[in-house]
Design a protein around this ligand. Structure first.
Ligand SMILES: Cc1ncc(COP(=O)(O)O)c(C=O)c1O
Length: 361
């Protein structure tokens, strides 16, 4: 008898998450570890979110509002969009999956820049899409090569702006031209998970292009700027028709009550947002200056993380760092052998990272 598991599933490999601190300490017997591997907010969650969550705990005997009315309403107000153009997800990860599920049949082509956030590829594999990888050009997403790669079989193009893991970002004019040039039958999933961190003037969200691009899905998250990665809540914008299809494929209660309450409070926490952005700016200034002094090459970033070239392999750097209780990301996970990626931490974490890097190199 044939095995019950579908054959193609045997070729899938798991997503490599950043190592949790508790796991590192258990495995390596180290203490006081720090994690700079998952682009999380080092300040913790938004205090307003914590307060609202605490106050809402006595309601978790009830199922959450499956439509997420109050959160969508707040997002609609903030971004000037109709509520019908908004979807909530169990992290933006869920919306990546819903979009792939909705639009990719076995053998359909999915265009993915390389390297970029790994979940696009993982989802395309799960739905048996044919992945077309377009290498970055000088660490930037190469839109003209992506345009050239589009065929009649292309169903989705995934774009991440700014891009994880490089931290590089494309300007709004370039993206706008690309969106206008692409056939309307091709869905563009434009993941703006880090757009709030971008500081260059011409780097901005494409929300204002939604109306003229019926094939555009924009993704955003509460996991980074708002410090709510553990709550698992993200959101997306698209035409009402696309939102309706994605919602059909979704579990009714995929964003839980606490996540919805926390997200609304976080959206209203301007003080926390400002504090986070200032911390990242200061942290980057420090890291850049230290790397310059050490003579190490890095890629200028528009995000809360950056890639650094190391004289030994990234795998080795990663391993040596773990032994010192510092969790970073080896870019080998992304197919690059001589870079590591770190996110900006608290000042003392940034200092510890630099100290440890000097020691292990
Ligand atoms: C580019 C990008 N998109 C999406 C996500 C996932 O976000 P969420 O926590 O909302 O699922 C990440 C997380 O690292 C990311 O880097």
């Amino acid at each position: 008898m044939d095995e019950p598991v579908k054959k193609f599933l045997k070729e899938l490999t798991p997503y490599p998450p950043g190592k949790p601190i508790e796991e590192l300490e258990r495995e390596y017997g180290v203490k006081n570890s720090i994690k700079l591997a998952s682009n999380e907010n080092p300040l913790g969650p938004s205090p307003k979110a914590i307060k609202a969550i605490k106050e809402s705990l006595n309601k978790i005997n009830r199922y959450p509002d499956s439509k997420g009315y109050y959160l969508k309403n707040r997002l609609a107000e903030k971004f000037g969009l109709p509520m019908a153009d908004i979807i909530l997800g169990n992290g933006s990860d869920e919306i990546i999956k819903l979009a792939t599920h909705a639009f990719v049949s076995p053998g359909d082509e999915v265009i993915i820049p390389f390297p970029t956030f790994l979940m696009y590829e993982k989802n395309a594999q799960s739905f048996q899409g044919k992945i077309i990888k377009i290498p970055l050009k000088d660490f930037y997403i190469d839109l003209s090569s992506i345009l050239n790669a589009i065929s009649e079989k292309t169903k989705i193009v995934f774009l991440n702006n700014p891009n994880n893991p490089t931290g590089t970002a494309l300007g709004i004019n370039e993206i706008s031209y690309f969106l206008q040039s692409i056939p309307k039958e091709v869905i563009i999933v434009l993941d703006e998970a880090y757009i709030e961190f971008a500081t260059e003037k011409n780097i901005e969200s494409t929300i204002h292009l939604l109306e003229s691009c019926p094939n555009l899905i924009i993704l955003r998250t509460f996991s980074k700027l708002y410090g709510l990665a553990g709550l698992r809540i993200g959101y997306g914008f698209a035409s009402k028709d696309i939102i309706n299809v994605l919602t059909l494929l979704q579990q009714p209660f995929s964003t839980n009550y606490i996540a919805q309450v926390g997200a609304i409070a976080a959206l209203n926490d301007n003080k926390f947002v400002k504090k986070t952005l200032a911390l990242i700016t200061e942290g980057l200034k420090f890291i850049y200056s230290q790397l310059n002094t050490m003579g190490l090459q890095y890629i200028n970033t528009q995000t809360n993380f950056l890639m650094i070239k190391t004289p030994i392999s990234s795998k080795e750097t990663h391993e040596r760092m773990l032994k010192e209780g510092v969790i970073i990301r080896s870019m080998e996970d992304f197919g690059i052998k001589d870079f590591i990626r770190i996110n900006i931490g608290l000042p003392e974490e940034n200092e510890r990272f630099i100290r440890t890097l000097k020691k292990i190199l």
